[in-house]
Design a protein around this ligand. Structure first.
Ligand SMILES: Nc1nc2c(ncn2[C@@H]2O[C@H](COP(=O)(O)OP(=O)(O)OP(=O)(O)O)[C@@H](O)[C@H]2O)c(=O)[nH]1
Ligand SMILES: [Mg+2]
Length: 402
C-alpha cells in the first residue's frame, strides 16, 4: 500500500475548507499558481506552521488522516472477530507488554503511540491493568451519524479511532494502523465496506477466535472448570458468540479485500500481499478441557497452564520469530481439533495464515459487588508475540524490500 507523501496531502482549515498550496513541489504546479494568481491564506508552506495552526492533513478525497501517515509507509492491521472476542483487550495488553519488554528494547525496536492514540489507549490500559476491570465493548459504527457514505478507502478512518503506532528499527520505520472493529460492524461485506473501507487495503488481518464459539467446547469447559469460569461462560457476552457468524465474517472480509484488489473471487490471497493471523484468544479457558480430548496434547504445549495467574513462572511470550512460527504450526493443529470447520473456512479464504494463542489478561472476569465485573488478577499470555510476529512480517524493519 502506498503511504501518503506531502504531494498527496490536502490541508484543511478549522472550517474544513481546503487550503490551496502556495508552494507546490512540481514546476508545473508553481507555474499554474502564478498563472491563476493563487495566494495562500497561510504564511508559507511550512508544515510546522500548519500544524501549529491546528490544521489537519487530508487525503486527496477529503478524509482526515493521522499526521504520521505523511512521514512513512503505513501498514493497516484489521482486527476482526465476534463481539466479546477480546480484540480491544488484546490490543491494550500487547502495547503494554511490548512497552515493558526488555528483550524488544535490547533488539533496538523502538515504537511510539501517536499522541491521539495515547489518550484513548492509556485510559483503557489503566482500566484493564490498574482498576482490573474489563474494557467496555467497542461501540458499533453502523448506526452512527459520524459515518459518512464512503467515497474511497480512507473514508471514516478517523471515526474508527485507529490505534497508530510508529515502529522503528536500525533498518527503517513504518506506521502500524490498528483498526479495531466492533464485532457487529464486520458481519457483512456491506457493513465492513461502509464503516471500515480501509480494511480493503489491509496488509494484515487478525481474526480473533475464542473457545466460546464451540458449544461442545463450552460444555466441556463448564463440566470441568472452576466456578468463576463456569459463571463467566454463562454471561451473555460470552455465550453469544457463534461459529457460523464467524465463518461469514471471515468470508465477507476476504471477499471485500479481493474485490478491491481486483482478485478473482475464487483465488486465495496470502503473504506477502496479506498476512493473516488467527488468534486463539482467551487461551486460558483451554486448560480446562479433559486430558483425553484430542486437542489436549497441543493445549499443553501452546496454552497457558491451569495455574497461570497463580504465580507460575512460565514465560508468557516466546519473542523469537522462529519459535513463534513453530508454535503457529502446533496452534494450527490445536485449532483444527477444536474448530475444524472454522479452520477450513479460514484456510479456504486465506493462504498461509499464522495461528497464535493469546490471553489479554489470562483469566475470566468475575462479578464484583459494586462496579460490575473485575479481574482477580491480570497476567497476559502470548500478546507480545503478536507484535513480534508483526515486526518480523514487515520487510522495511528487517532491511528487506516489500
Ligand atoms: N477468559 C478470558 N477472558 C478475557 C480475557 N481478556 C478479556 N476477556 C474477556 O473478554 C471480554 C470481551 O473483551 P473485549 O476486548 O471488549 O472484546 P472485543 O472483541 O473488543 O468486543 P467488541 O468491542 O464488543 O467487538 C471481556 O468482558 C473480558 O471479560 C482473557 O485473557 N481470558
Ligand atoms: Mg472492542
Amino acid at each position: 500500500m502506498k503511504s501518503f507523501g506531502e504531494n498527496d496531502v490536502e490541508w484543511r482549515d478549522h472550517n474544513d475548507r481546503p487550503i490551496p498550496d502556495v508552494a507546490p513541489r512540481t514546476r508545473w504546479g508553481r507555474v499554474a499558481n502564478l498563472l491563476e494568481g493563487r495566494r495562500s491564506p497561510i504564511e508559507g508552506s511550512d508544515i510546522l506552521a500548519r500544524i501549529a495552526k491546528g490544521m489537519t492533513p487530508h487525503c486527496p478525497r477529503g478524509c482526515v488522516l493521522p499526521k504520521q501517515m505523511l512521514d512513512r509507509p503505513t501498514r493497516v492491521i484489521g482486527l476482526v472477530g465476534e463481539t466479546g472476542s477480546s480484540k480491544t483487550s488484546v490490543l491494550i495488553s500487547m502495547i503494554k507488554g511490548a512497552d515493558d519488554n526488555r528483550e524488544l528494547a535490547r533488539k533496538g525496536i523502538d515504537f511510539n503511540l501517536s499522541p491521539l492514540s495515547y489518550q484513548a489507549w492509556s485510559v483503557a490500559r489503566d482500566r484493564q491493568f490498574k482498576e482490573r476491570r474489563p474494557v467496555p465493548g467497542t461501540v458499533p459504527r453502523m448506526t452512527h451519524d459520524d459515518v459518512a457514505e464512503p467515497v474511497h478507502h480512507w473514508s471514516n478512518l478517523i471515526a474508527r479511532e485507529p490505534l497508530v503506532v510508529e515502529a522503528r528499527t536500525d533498518h527503517g520505520a513504518v506506521n502500524y494502523l490498528f483498526v479495531d472493529l466492533a464485532g457487529e460492524d464486520a458481519l457483512t461485506e456491506q457493513n465492513a465496506a461502509s464503516v471500515s473501507p480501509h480494511l480493503a487495503l489491509a496488509d494484515f488481518l487478525w481474526f480473533f477466535i475464542t473457545p466460546n464459539l464451540s458449544s461442545d467446547l463450552v460444555a466441556e469447559i463448564e463440566s470441568r472448570g472452576p466456578e468463576d469460569v463456569v459463571l463467566n461462560l454463562q454471561d451473555f457476552g460470552e455465550h453469544n458468540q457463534d461459529i457460523e457468524r464467524t465463518k461469514i465474517m471471515v468470508r465477507e472480509i476476504s471477499n471485500m479485500w479481493k474485490r478491491f484488489r481486483g482478485m478473482h473471487p475464487d483465488k486465495t490471497p496470502g503473504r506477502p500481499r496479506i498476512g493473516v493471523t488467527v488468534i486463539l484468544t482467551k487461551a486460558d479457558l483451554l486448560s480446562h478441557i479433559a486430558p483425553e480430548h484430542p486437542a489436549a496434547p497441543y493445549v499443553a504445549r501452546v496454552a497457558p497452564p491451569a495455574d497461570w495467574t497463580d504465580g507460575s513462572t512460565r514465560e508468557a511470550d516466546l519473542l523469537d520469530p522462529e519459535l513463534i512460527r513453530a508454535r503457529s504450526v502446533e496452534t494450527s493443529s490445536l485449532f483444527f481439533e477444536l474448530l475444524p470447520q472454522l479452520h477450513n473456512a479460514i484456510s479456504s479464504c486465506f493462504n498461509d495464515a499464522m495461528y497464535l494463542p493469546a490471553a489479554a489478561v489470562g483469566h475470566v472476569s468475575q462479578l464484583g459487588s459494586e462496579q460490575g465485573r473485575y479481574y482477580a488478577d491480570v497476567k497476559p499470555y502470548g500478546v507480545v508475540d503478536l507484535f513480534v510476529s508483526l515486526l518480523a512480517d514487515t520487510p522495511e524493519l528487517r532491511g528487506g524490500r516489500r
